[in-house]
Design a protein around this ligand. Sequence first.
Ligand code: SF4
Length: 61
Amino acid sequence: MKVKINQNKCLGCGMCAIICPNVFEIKNGKSQIKKKADFEKNKKCLDEASKNCPVEAISLS
Ligand code: SF4
């Protein structure tokens, strides 16, 4: 599984970091993927985060 954050779209609202704190964190006003984030283990919240991002900046593939 691959996770991408479109940095140009991201507003830094923090929603993804609240929904899926093991994967996302806000740094310098933008969402970042944490080092060593386990995407498989966090599949459910990744899905939720992607759906709830207000600007659809998170893509899963
Ligand atoms: S929910 Fe979307 S806009 Fe908000 S911080 Fe996460 S990636 Fe950025």
